[in-house]
Design a protein around this ligand. Sequence first.
Ligand SMILES: Cc1cc2nc3c(=O)[nH]c(=O)nc-3n(C[C@H](O)[C@H](O)[C@H](O)COP(=O)(O)O)c2cc1C
Length: 397
Amino acid sequence: MRYSRRHAIRCFAAFAAAPFARAQQAGAPLDLNDPLFQPVRVMDFAPLAKAKLDPIAWGYLETGSEDEVTLRRNREAFDDLVIRPRSLVRMQSVDLATQFLGRNLDFPIVLCPAGGKNCFFPNGEAEVARAAAAAKAVHIHNSGAEQVQASGKGPVWWQLTTGAQISSSTNMRRWVRSLEDRGCSGICFSVDIMYVSHRDRNLRNKLDRAWCEAGIPPRDAQGNLPKPQNPERAGVYPARRTPTPDWNTVGELCSLTKLPVSIKGILRGDDAELAIQHGVRCIHVSNHGARQLDHTPATIEVLSEIAQAVKGRVPVVVDGGFRRGTDIFKAIALGATAVAIARPYLYGLAAFGQRGVERVIELLRTELALDMALAGTPNLAAIDRGMVKYRREYRQL
Ligand SMILES: Cc1cc2nc3c(=O)[nH]c(=O)nc-3n(C[C@H](O)[C@H](O)[C@H](O)COP(=O)(O)O)c2cc1C
Protein backbone atom coordinates (compact mmCIF):
# COMPACT_ATOMS: atom_id res chain seq x y z
CA MET A 1 0.00 0.00 0.00
CA ARG A 2 1.60 3.31 -1.07
CA TYR A 3 1.17 6.59 0.76
CA SER A 4 1.83 10.04 -0.58
CA ARG A 5 3.76 12.55 1.52
CA ARG A 6 0.65 14.74 1.72
CA HIS A 7 -1.39 11.81 3.00
CA ALA A 8 1.23 11.04 5.64
CA ILE A 9 1.24 14.65 6.86
CA ARG A 10 -2.57 14.73 7.00
CA CYS A 11 -2.66 11.51 9.08
CA PHE A 12 -0.01 12.71 11.44
CA ALA A 13 -1.75 16.05 11.83
CA ALA A 14 -5.05 14.34 12.68
CA PHE A 15 -3.39 12.22 15.32
CA ALA A 16 -1.41 15.08 16.81
CA ALA A 17 -4.64 17.03 17.29
CA ALA A 18 -5.17 15.13 20.55
CA PRO A 19 -5.10 17.67 23.39
CA PHE A 20 -1.96 16.52 25.20
CA ALA A 21 -0.04 15.81 22.04
CA ARG A 22 -1.08 19.30 20.91
CA ALA A 23 0.28 20.85 24.07
CA GLN A 24 3.57 19.02 23.55
CA GLN A 25 3.81 20.18 19.96
CA ALA A 26 3.05 23.78 20.81
CA GLY A 27 6.00 23.66 23.20
CA ALA A 28 3.72 24.22 26.19
CA PRO A 29 5.54 22.92 29.27
CA LEU A 30 4.11 19.52 30.14
CA ASP A 31 4.29 18.91 33.85
CA LEU A 32 5.10 15.22 33.99
CA ASN A 33 4.68 15.37 37.77
CA ASP A 34 1.04 16.21 37.19
CA PRO A 35 -0.83 13.23 38.73
CA LEU A 36 -2.84 13.08 35.49
CA PHE A 37 0.21 11.67 33.73
CA GLN A 38 1.01 8.97 36.29
CA PRO A 39 -1.36 6.33 34.85
CA VAL A 40 0.35 4.53 31.99
CA ARG A 41 -2.74 2.61 30.91
CA VAL A 42 -6.43 3.24 31.35
CA MET A 43 -6.78 0.64 34.12
CA ASP A 44 -4.32 2.67 36.21
CA PHE A 45 -7.13 5.21 36.59
CA ALA A 46 -9.27 2.61 38.42
CA PRO A 47 -7.44 2.68 41.79
CA LEU A 48 -7.28 6.49 41.62
CA ALA A 49 -11.04 6.59 41.07
CA LYS A 50 -11.65 4.11 43.87
CA ALA A 51 -9.62 6.21 46.28
CA LYS A 52 -11.73 9.27 45.51
CA LEU A 53 -15.18 7.69 45.54
CA ASP A 54 -17.54 6.71 48.31
CA PRO A 55 -17.50 2.86 48.44
CA ILE A 56 -21.14 2.82 47.33
CA ALA A 57 -20.36 4.88 44.23
CA TRP A 58 -17.39 2.64 43.49
CA GLY A 59 -19.61 -0.43 43.84
CA TYR A 60 -22.16 1.10 41.46
CA LEU A 61 -19.43 1.82 38.90
CA GLU A 62 -17.81 -1.58 39.03
CA THR A 63 -20.75 -3.90 39.53
CA GLY A 64 -21.90 -6.52 37.08
CA SER A 65 -25.08 -8.51 37.58
CA GLU A 66 -25.56 -11.58 39.80
CA ASP A 67 -22.43 -13.82 39.72
CA GLU A 68 -20.61 -11.48 37.32
CA VAL A 69 -19.74 -14.36 34.98
CA THR A 70 -20.24 -12.14 31.94
CA LEU A 71 -18.26 -9.33 33.57
CA ARG A 72 -15.21 -11.60 33.80
CA ARG A 73 -15.80 -13.06 30.32
CA ASN A 74 -15.94 -9.58 28.76
CA ARG A 75 -12.23 -9.28 29.61
CA GLU A 76 -11.05 -12.90 29.42
CA ALA A 77 -12.46 -13.46 25.93
CA PHE A 78 -9.93 -11.03 24.43
CA ASP A 79 -7.20 -13.50 25.39
CA ASP A 80 -8.78 -16.15 23.13
CA LEU A 81 -7.73 -14.06 20.14
CA VAL A 82 -4.23 -13.45 18.85
CA ILE A 83 -3.01 -10.77 16.44
CA ARG A 84 -1.08 -11.84 13.34
CA PRO A 85 1.23 -8.93 12.47
CA ARG A 86 2.34 -8.33 8.89
CA SER A 87 6.06 -7.89 8.35
CA LEU A 88 7.89 -5.13 6.52
CA VAL A 89 4.92 -2.93 5.69
CA ARG A 90 6.01 0.69 5.18
CA MET A 91 4.65 2.54 8.20
CA GLN A 92 5.34 6.25 7.76
CA SER A 93 2.09 7.09 9.51
CA VAL A 94 -0.99 5.56 11.04
CA ASP A 95 -4.48 6.71 10.15
CA LEU A 96 -7.21 6.00 12.72
CA ALA A 97 -9.89 7.91 10.81
CA THR A 98 -13.14 6.24 9.95
CA GLN A 99 -16.53 7.02 8.44
CA PHE A 100 -19.49 6.68 10.75
CA LEU A 101 -22.96 7.38 9.38
CA GLY A 102 -21.69 10.02 7.03
CA ARG A 103 -19.37 11.64 9.56
CA ASN A 104 -15.61 11.58 9.64
CA LEU A 105 -14.34 10.37 12.99
CA ASP A 106 -10.66 10.93 13.84
CA PHE A 107 -10.57 7.61 15.70
CA PRO A 108 -12.98 4.72 16.26
CA ILE A 109 -13.71 5.25 19.97
CA VAL A 110 -17.18 6.24 21.21
CA LEU A 111 -18.27 7.18 24.75
CA CYS A 112 -21.13 4.96 25.98
CA PRO A 113 -24.15 6.24 27.85
CA ALA A 114 -23.72 5.88 31.59
CA GLY A 115 -26.26 6.92 34.19
CA GLY A 116 -25.29 8.23 37.62
CA LYS A 117 -22.27 10.33 36.64
CA ASN A 118 -22.97 12.76 39.46
CA CYS A 119 -21.95 10.15 41.97
CA PHE A 120 -18.53 10.02 40.28
CA PHE A 121 -17.96 13.76 39.79
CA PRO A 122 -20.06 16.90 40.28
CA ASN A 123 -21.93 17.76 37.11
CA GLY A 124 -20.41 14.63 35.60
CA GLU A 125 -22.36 14.53 32.35
CA ALA A 126 -21.21 18.04 31.40
CA GLU A 127 -17.56 17.18 32.28
CA VAL A 128 -17.73 14.18 29.96
CA ALA A 129 -19.46 16.18 27.24
CA ARG A 130 -16.72 18.83 27.32
CA ALA A 131 -14.05 16.14 27.13
CA ALA A 132 -15.81 14.44 24.21
CA ALA A 133 -16.19 17.74 22.38
CA ALA A 134 -12.49 18.55 22.90
CA ALA A 135 -11.47 15.10 21.66
CA LYS A 136 -14.12 15.17 18.87
CA ALA A 137 -15.50 11.86 20.07
CA VAL A 138 -19.09 10.67 19.70
CA HIS A 139 -20.72 10.92 23.11
CA ILE A 140 -23.94 9.03 23.77
CA HIS A 141 -25.38 10.84 26.73
CA ASN A 142 -28.45 10.21 28.80
CA SER A 143 -29.25 13.31 30.79
CA GLY A 144 -28.93 17.08 30.93
CA ALA A 145 -29.33 17.67 27.20
CA GLU A 146 -29.02 21.44 27.54
CA GLN A 147 -25.81 21.22 29.55
CA VAL A 148 -24.34 18.79 27.09
CA GLN A 149 -25.17 21.03 24.21
CA ALA A 150 -23.69 24.03 25.93
CA SER A 151 -20.46 22.13 26.42
CA GLY A 152 -19.24 22.03 22.85
CA LYS A 153 -19.77 20.78 19.38
CA GLY A 154 -18.87 17.11 19.63
CA PRO A 155 -21.08 14.74 17.67
CA VAL A 156 -23.55 14.01 20.45
CA TRP A 157 -25.96 11.10 20.43
CA TRP A 158 -28.85 10.80 22.82
CA GLN A 159 -29.83 7.66 24.58
CA LEU A 160 -33.42 6.53 24.41
CA THR A 161 -34.44 4.72 27.53
CA THR A 162 -37.25 2.22 27.60
CA GLY A 163 -39.56 4.42 29.63
CA ALA A 164 -41.85 7.39 29.22
CA GLN A 165 -40.50 8.73 25.91
CA ILE A 166 -41.74 5.69 24.03
CA SER A 167 -44.87 4.94 26.03
CA SER A 168 -47.07 6.36 23.23
CA SER A 169 -46.69 7.54 19.66
CA THR A 170 -47.41 11.09 20.78
CA ASN A 171 -44.68 11.03 23.41
CA MET A 172 -42.24 9.46 20.99
CA ARG A 173 -42.96 12.04 18.30
CA ARG A 174 -42.60 14.93 20.74
CA TRP A 175 -39.36 13.59 22.12
CA VAL A 176 -37.83 12.90 18.73
CA ARG A 177 -38.70 16.43 17.55
CA SER A 178 -37.01 17.93 20.60
CA LEU A 179 -33.83 15.98 19.82
CA GLU A 180 -33.89 17.09 16.20
CA ASP A 181 -34.42 20.70 17.24
CA ARG A 182 -31.44 20.53 19.58
CA GLY A 183 -29.16 19.35 16.79
CA CYS A 184 -28.67 15.83 18.09
CA SER A 185 -26.89 13.65 15.55
CA GLY A 186 -28.51 10.32 16.33
CA ILE A 187 -30.63 8.29 18.72
CA CYS A 188 -29.30 5.35 20.67
CA PHE A 189 -32.07 3.01 21.81
CA SER A 190 -30.87 0.77 24.66
CA VAL A 191 -33.00 -2.36 24.46
CA ASP A 192 -31.45 -4.48 27.19
CA ILE A 193 -32.72 -2.55 30.18
CA MET A 194 -36.45 -3.28 30.27
CA TYR A 195 -35.84 -4.14 33.91
CA VAL A 196 -32.88 -3.36 36.14
CA SER A 197 -31.08 -6.61 36.99
CA HIS A 198 -30.03 -7.84 40.41
CA ARG A 199 -26.60 -6.42 41.02
CA ASP A 200 -25.41 -7.97 44.23
CA ARG A 201 -22.97 -5.19 45.12
CA ASN A 202 -25.71 -2.55 44.91
CA LEU A 203 -28.11 -4.75 46.87
CA ARG A 204 -25.58 -5.30 49.67
CA ASN A 205 -24.77 -1.57 49.71
CA LYS A 206 -28.49 -0.69 49.85
CA LEU A 207 -27.91 1.71 46.99
CA ASP A 208 -30.64 4.28 46.57
CA ARG A 209 -30.90 5.06 42.83
CA ALA A 210 -31.76 8.68 43.61
CA TRP A 211 -28.20 9.02 44.97
CA CYS A 212 -26.80 8.22 41.53
CA GLU A 213 -28.64 11.18 40.07
CA ALA A 214 -27.96 13.67 42.85
CA GLY A 215 -24.56 12.39 43.97
CA ILE A 216 -23.85 10.25 47.04
CA PRO A 217 -24.82 12.31 50.13
CA PRO A 218 -22.08 13.13 52.66
CA ARG A 219 -21.50 10.67 55.50
CA ASP A 220 -21.86 11.77 59.13
CA ALA A 221 -19.04 11.81 61.71
CA GLN A 222 -19.55 8.07 62.31
CA GLY A 223 -19.22 7.40 58.59
CA ASN A 224 -22.90 6.63 58.09
CA LEU A 225 -24.97 7.69 55.12
CA PRO A 226 -28.52 9.01 55.53
CA LYS A 227 -31.12 6.24 55.52
CA PRO A 228 -31.89 5.37 51.89
CA GLN A 229 -35.51 6.12 50.95
CA ASN A 230 -35.72 3.56 48.19
CA PRO A 231 -32.82 1.10 48.36
CA GLU A 232 -32.38 -1.63 45.75
CA ARG A 233 -33.91 -4.81 47.18
CA ALA A 234 -33.29 -8.49 46.50
CA GLY A 235 -36.25 -10.80 45.95
CA VAL A 236 -38.49 -8.07 44.57
CA TYR A 237 -39.64 -8.32 40.97
CA PRO A 238 -39.14 -4.80 39.61
CA ALA A 239 -42.26 -2.88 38.65
CA ARG A 240 -42.69 -1.32 35.19
CA ARG A 241 -45.05 1.57 34.70
CA THR A 242 -45.09 1.40 30.88
CA PRO A 243 -45.35 -1.56 28.47
CA THR A 244 -42.07 -2.97 27.18
CA PRO A 245 -41.21 -1.91 23.63
CA ASP A 246 -41.02 -4.41 20.76
CA TRP A 247 -39.91 -4.43 17.11
CA ASN A 248 -42.97 -2.40 16.13
CA THR A 249 -41.79 0.32 18.51
CA VAL A 250 -38.43 0.29 16.76
CA GLY A 251 -40.06 0.51 13.33
CA GLU A 252 -42.24 3.40 14.47
CA LEU A 253 -39.28 5.24 16.01
CA CYS A 254 -37.24 4.90 12.82
CA SER A 255 -40.17 6.12 10.71
CA LEU A 256 -40.69 9.18 12.94
CA THR A 257 -37.24 10.70 12.52
CA LYS A 258 -34.58 11.44 9.95
CA LEU A 259 -31.95 10.95 12.64
CA PRO A 260 -30.13 7.63 12.48
CA VAL A 261 -31.35 5.21 15.14
CA SER A 262 -28.83 2.84 16.72
CA ILE A 263 -29.95 -0.19 18.72
CA LYS A 264 -27.77 -0.87 21.74
CA GLY A 265 -27.85 -4.31 23.33
CA ILE A 266 -27.84 -6.64 20.31
CA LEU A 267 -26.20 -10.02 20.98
CA ARG A 268 -27.47 -12.19 18.09
CA GLY A 269 -27.09 -12.11 14.33
CA ASP A 270 -30.83 -12.71 13.75
CA ASP A 271 -31.72 -9.72 15.95
CA ALA A 272 -29.26 -7.58 13.99
CA GLU A 273 -31.08 -8.64 10.81
CA LEU A 274 -34.46 -7.77 12.35
CA ALA A 275 -33.14 -4.39 13.44
CA ILE A 276 -31.99 -3.53 9.92
CA GLN A 277 -35.33 -4.67 8.51
CA HIS A 278 -37.04 -2.25 10.90
CA GLY A 279 -34.99 0.71 9.68
CA VAL A 280 -32.16 0.78 12.24
CA ARG A 281 -29.01 2.46 10.90
CA CYS A 282 -26.42 1.21 13.42
CA ILE A 283 -26.04 -2.02 15.41
CA HIS A 284 -24.50 -1.59 18.85
CA VAL A 285 -23.31 -4.95 20.19
CA SER A 286 -23.49 -4.77 23.98
CA ASN A 287 -24.29 -6.74 27.10
CA HIS A 288 -24.61 -3.48 29.04
CA GLY A 289 -21.14 -3.89 30.50
CA ALA A 290 -22.33 -7.21 32.02
CA ARG A 291 -24.79 -5.28 34.18
CA GLN A 292 -28.01 -6.86 32.91
CA LEU A 293 -28.57 -10.58 32.13
CA ASP A 294 -25.66 -12.61 33.51
CA HIS A 295 -24.24 -15.58 31.51
CA THR A 296 -24.63 -13.79 28.19
CA PRO A 297 -21.59 -14.09 25.91
CA ALA A 298 -18.72 -11.67 26.00
CA THR A 299 -19.36 -9.10 23.27
CA ILE A 300 -16.09 -9.87 21.48
CA GLU A 301 -17.33 -13.50 21.24
CA VAL A 302 -20.54 -12.58 19.36
CA LEU A 303 -19.10 -9.78 17.25
CA SER A 304 -18.19 -12.02 14.32
CA GLU A 305 -21.68 -13.57 14.13
CA ILE A 306 -23.25 -10.13 14.11
CA ALA A 307 -20.84 -8.61 11.61
CA GLN A 308 -21.55 -11.54 9.28
CA ALA A 309 -25.30 -10.99 9.61
CA VAL A 310 -24.95 -7.24 9.03
CA LYS A 311 -22.79 -7.73 5.89
CA GLY A 312 -21.58 -4.13 5.92
CA ARG A 313 -25.08 -2.64 5.42
CA VAL A 314 -24.83 -0.50 8.57
CA PRO A 315 -21.98 0.29 10.98
CA VAL A 316 -21.38 -2.02 13.93
CA VAL A 317 -20.34 -0.57 17.29
CA VAL A 318 -19.26 -2.88 20.11
CA ASP A 319 -18.67 -2.26 23.81
CA GLY A 320 -17.81 -4.37 26.85
CA GLY A 321 -14.43 -4.65 28.53
CA PHE A 322 -12.35 -2.59 26.08
CA ARG A 323 -9.29 -1.45 28.01
CA ARG A 324 -6.34 -1.56 25.57
CA GLY A 325 -5.47 -0.68 21.99
CA THR A 326 -5.11 -4.37 21.16
CA ASP A 327 -8.73 -4.98 22.30
CA ILE A 328 -9.90 -2.34 19.81
CA PHE A 329 -7.66 -3.80 17.11
CA LYS A 330 -9.25 -7.24 17.58
CA ALA A 331 -12.78 -5.83 17.36
CA ILE A 332 -11.98 -3.95 14.14
CA ALA A 333 -10.57 -7.18 12.69
CA LEU A 334 -13.79 -9.01 13.58
CA GLY A 335 -15.93 -6.44 11.78
CA ALA A 336 -16.58 -3.54 14.18
CA THR A 337 -16.69 -0.01 12.77
CA ALA A 338 -15.99 1.50 16.19
CA VAL A 339 -15.60 0.50 19.82
CA ALA A 340 -17.39 2.08 22.76
CA ILE A 341 -16.23 2.42 26.36
CA ALA A 342 -17.85 3.28 29.68
CA ARG A 343 -15.94 2.30 32.84
CA PRO A 344 -12.54 3.49 31.53
CA TYR A 345 -13.73 7.06 30.98
CA LEU A 346 -15.73 6.95 34.22
CA TYR A 347 -12.48 6.10 36.06
CA GLY A 348 -10.89 9.12 34.40
CA LEU A 349 -13.89 11.25 35.29
CA ALA A 350 -13.88 10.19 38.94
CA ALA A 351 -10.14 10.76 39.28
CA PHE A 352 -9.70 14.05 37.36
CA GLY A 353 -12.99 15.24 35.86
CA GLN A 354 -12.86 16.39 32.23
CA ARG A 355 -9.04 16.10 32.02
CA GLY A 356 -9.21 12.49 33.13
CA VAL A 357 -11.74 11.60 30.45
CA GLU A 358 -9.60 13.27 27.79
CA ARG A 359 -6.49 11.48 28.99
CA VAL A 360 -8.23 8.09 28.92
CA ILE A 361 -9.29 8.69 25.32
CA GLU A 362 -5.78 9.80 24.46
CA LEU A 363 -4.13 6.75 26.03
CA LEU A 364 -6.47 4.38 24.20
CA ARG A 365 -6.12 6.00 20.80
CA THR A 366 -2.35 6.22 21.15
CA GLU A 367 -2.15 2.55 22.08
CA LEU A 368 -4.33 1.65 19.11
CA ALA A 369 -2.13 3.69 16.75
CA LEU A 370 1.04 2.08 18.10
CA ASP A 371 -0.47 -1.42 17.93
CA MET A 372 -1.51 -0.77 14.33
CA ALA A 373 2.02 0.38 13.48
CA LEU A 374 3.51 -2.72 15.10
CA ALA A 375 1.03 -4.97 13.28
CA GLY A 376 1.80 -3.47 9.87
CA THR A 377 -1.65 -1.96 9.41
CA PRO A 378 -1.42 1.72 8.39
CA ASN A 379 -5.18 2.32 8.52
CA LEU A 380 -8.34 0.70 9.85
CA ALA A 381 -9.22 -0.84 6.47
CA ALA A 382 -5.96 -2.80 6.66
CA ILE A 383 -7.15 -4.52 9.85
CA ASP A 384 -9.00 -7.28 8.05
CA ARG A 385 -10.31 -10.60 9.37
CA GLY A 386 -6.98 -12.26 8.62
CA MET A 387 -5.25 -10.09 11.23
CA VAL A 388 -6.62 -12.19 14.10
CA LYS A 389 -7.03 -15.86 14.85
CA TYR A 390 -8.52 -17.79 17.72
CA ARG A 391 -5.85 -19.54 19.77
CA ARG A 392 -7.71 -22.82 19.35
CA GLU A 393 -7.13 -22.63 15.57
CA TYR A 394 -3.38 -22.94 16.21
CA ARG A 395 -3.92 -25.96 18.44
CA GLN A 396 -5.76 -27.73 15.61
CA LEU A 397 -2.86 -27.26 13.17
C1 LIG B 1 -21.97 3.18 35.84
C2 LIG B 1 -22.58 2.72 34.54
C3 LIG B 1 -23.83 3.21 34.17
C4 LIG B 1 -24.39 2.79 32.96
N1 LIG B 1 -25.60 3.32 32.57
C5 LIG B 1 -26.11 2.97 31.35
C6 LIG B 1 -27.30 3.56 30.87
O1 LIG B 1 -27.90 4.42 31.53
N2 LIG B 1 -27.77 3.18 29.65
C7 LIG B 1 -27.13 2.25 28.89
O2 LIG B 1 -27.57 1.92 27.79
N3 LIG B 1 -25.98 1.66 29.33
C8 LIG B 1 -25.46 2.01 30.53
N4 LIG B 1 -24.30 1.44 30.95
C9 LIG B 1 -23.63 0.45 30.09
C10 LIG B 1 -22.65 1.13 29.16
O3 LIG B 1 -23.30 2.01 28.27
C11 LIG B 1 -21.85 0.12 28.32
O4 LIG B 1 -22.73 -0.68 27.58
C12 LIG B 1 -20.89 -0.77 29.11
O5 LIG B 1 -20.65 -0.31 30.41
C13 LIG B 1 -19.58 -0.90 28.36
O6 LIG B 1 -18.71 -1.75 29.02
P1 LIG B 1 -17.43 -1.22 29.84
O7 LIG B 1 -17.96 -0.48 31.02
O8 LIG B 1 -16.73 -2.48 30.20
O9 LIG B 1 -16.64 -0.34 28.91
C14 LIG B 1 -23.72 1.84 32.15
C15 LIG B 1 -22.47 1.37 32.56
C16 LIG B 1 -21.90 1.79 33.74
C17 LIG B 1 -20.54 1.27 34.12
